[in-house]
Structure formats: C-alpha cells, structure tokens
Design a protein around this ligand. Structure first.
Ligand code: SF4
Length: 372
C-alpha cells in the first residue's frame, strides 16, 4: 500500500485511462452487470462508458435494489451554511473567486446565530459549513469558535472549507466536526492548473492528498467528487472511484460519500468544457452504486426539480433543501452574492412532502453519528 494517493495516482496516465473507458464494449458492460461479487475498477469503467448507455434501465433497477437493501427508504436532509465569501484563490468557475470584484463578508458570531435560528426553524439537525479560502480571517481558530457555537444546536456538523493540515483536523474533530467534503474539482493535472491559476488551491498535490490527511486524523466521514464540466466526466469519475477504493482500504474506519456537482451559472460565468446530459448523470450515479454499495451518494439543489424528483430511489441517500449559497443568505443579508445559482428552490417541508409521496422518510439527524 502506497504512503499517499499521489504515488498511486502517478502510475496512471489520463489519456490511456480515457481511451480504455471509451474502448469498453457491450460485452464488458454485460460482464460488469452480471458480476455478483464486488465489482472491479474495470467493471466501473464499463458502466460509465458510452457502451453502457443502452443498459441504463437495467443499471437503474440494480442500483435501486442495492440502495434499498443497504439504506432502506430513507433520505438524509442537510443544509449548507455559508460563513464567508472571502477567498484568496482564483478559480475560473466560482463567484467567490479573488478576481470577481464583489463585496466580501464573513459572518460574526451574532450573525451566525441569526442564521442558525432560521435553519432550526426549518427543522435541520445536519449543517454543512462552507467558506472560501482566506486564511487571514477564516482560519482554524475561526472554525473552532464556530464549532463551539454550533455544537449545541446540531447533531451533525460537516465542513466544506479550504484543505487543512492533519493536526488542524485533529483539533477540530473533538469539537464536533464530523464530516469533511473536499472535491478535487478535476484529476486532470494540466486543466486543474488552468482553472486554479492563483492562490493556495493551485497546488494540485496538496489538494489531492487532503483525503489522506483526513484519514490520518480519523475523521468520521469524508466526501469526494469532481466538478463536472471542467474535463471529461468519465475519466474524472474513474479517478474519483480509484481514490475512493484506495481510501476505503487504507482508512477503513472512515465512511465515505460522493457528490457529482455539475457546473452551474455564476456571476462572471464559465461555460462547461464538457456537457453532461441528465441521462449521463443517472448513468454515473447508478455506476457508483453498482461499484460500491456502502458509499453515500448526495445530490444538491444545483440540480433541477424534475431531475431531483426522478433520481430519488435510484441510488441517492442524501439531499439538501432550501439552500442559500451566500453568507447571511437565510437571515442576515439575503441579497448578497451567491456562489452559484440554485436550481431547486423548494422549501425543506416541500421536499419532505415530495419524499413522503414517493414512500421515503426524510431523516434530519444522522443516528450513526450520535451512536458513535
Ligand atoms: S471554489 Fe472555493 S477556493 Fe475557489 S474561488 Fe470559490 S470559494 Fe474560493
């Protein structure tokens, strides 16, 4: 077993991997679907390949059955809480990018509690804290303060902030940090540099090795993913699966989740290099489920109402609802700049009702975490 993922990653070529996915045949897909044991990375390549498109119905049936067997008819609900839009990075696809001349804001303790009051009113017990990367103001001490403030109010606290060092995570976990999401954005090294020309985030390896640091810190759960639209989604998804496989073997105490955000409009907008259709996103979600029956699969309000309603039951285990993507968006400053546009603006109670109509129960609390 390698010391960190970079060592394994460097043994792969992007172009050869891409070619091997596009060369998969109907026979490879049928072999993957018929595999009754644990499916391999080669099976996963077949399931995300163009050759699998005619098998979508079969994939959806198998994915649905596997998800029901492992997770039952429940759906976890979570909500993002944007704490700050300050950021020292330039990311070509983000409204908070340093070169986007917008007013910057970081919530004070009092403002955070104003936001929390609204989230509790909505019924939430799982909050996802989101910030940009501004180490002068939004640093580990700020996160410590926020965790102390929020811990009495939420059963589960997740974070999607700048990558930190192992010892930082080790300080935050005892204060109530349960889950950390860190998306690689793309595993294409050259394109990564193109989309992250300035700031700490331009360091591809530091980001790539963040899940290793989280594993070493023994975080309860971590979330992986790429930003779909930056590069060929099939190849990026293969590397996500490779990363997940590696992490699960090495940090077996940690749980894992995957997200599949598609590039959304934002102020200053970047057009996706690669479009992914709704059918292809369903294919990817089913492929992940058939590859890994344990991993949690999450879908956010980036996706449309129609898509979200249809994807329930095919593999997804958690969804957000009623989200705002601007700091202060729930109560303090509803008109401040969003990180990206929301597509599904239904309230949490409307989402709960939709789930009920489909025979699903909305779960507001992660029991697994409270039983630790
Ligand atoms: S994606 Fe994150 S790091 Fe990049 S500009 Fe946006 S907030 Fe900053």
């Amino acid at each position: 077993m390698t010391d960190n993922f970079t060592t394994l990653f460097n043994t792969y070529s992007w172009e050869q991997t891409k070619q091997s996915i596009y060369e998969k045949t109907a026979r490879d897909v049928e072999h993957a679907l018929g595999n009754s044991g644990k499916r391999t990375l080669e099976d996963f390549k077949a399931l995300i390949s163009p050759a699998a498109a005619p098998y979508l119905e079969k994939m959806a049936q198998l994915s649905r059955a596997a998800t029901l067997k492992r997770f039952g008819k429940i759906m976890q609900l979570y909500v993002p809480l944007y704490l700050s839009n300050e950021c020292n990075n330039i990311c070509t696809y983000c409204g908070f990018s340093l070169d986007n001349k917008v007013r910057r804001k970081t919530l004070s303790s009092m403002e955070i509690m104003q936001e929390v009051a609204v989230l509790k009113e909505m019924g939430y017990d799982h909050v996802l804290l989101v910030t940009g990367e501004a180490n002068q103001t939004v640093h580990v001490d700020y996160f410590k303060k926020v965790l102390e403030l929020l811990r009495p109010h939420f059963a589960l606290i997740s974070m999607e902030v700048q990558p930190l060092n192992t010892e930082d995570y080790e300080e935050l976990i005892p204060l109530g940090l349960n889950t950390v999401l860190v998306y690689q954005e793309t595993y294409h090294r050259d394109d990564y540099k193109k989309h992250h020309p300035k700031g700490k985030k331009s360091n591809f390896e530091y980001r790539l090795e963040t899940p290793d640091r989280l594993g070493k810190a023994e975080v309860h759960k971590m979330g992986l993913g790429v930003l779909i639209g930056l590069e060929d989604w099939r190849t990026d998804s293969f590397f996500t699966a490779l990363h997940l496989n590696y992490l699960e073997k090495k940090y077996w105490k940690t749980k894992y989740s995957l997200s599949f955000p598609r590039l959304r409009p934002f102020s200053g907008g970047l057009e996706p290099k690669v479009e992914m259709s709704d059918r292809e996103l369903v294919q990817l979600i089913c492929a992940y489920r058939l590859f890994n029956e344990e991993v949690e699969l999450s879908i956010s309000t980036r996706e449309s109402i129609v898509f979200r309603d249809h994807i329930i039951g095919l593999g997804i285990t958690s969804i957000s609802a009623g989200s705002k993507t601007n700091p202060g968006g729930y109560a303090v400053e509803p008109e401040s700049l969003e990180q990206f546009e929301i597509s599904d603006e239904r309230s949490p109670s409307e989402i709960e009702e939709m789930l009920r109509e489909k025979g699903y129960e909305a779960v507001w609390k992660d029991w697994d975490c409270t039983l630790q």
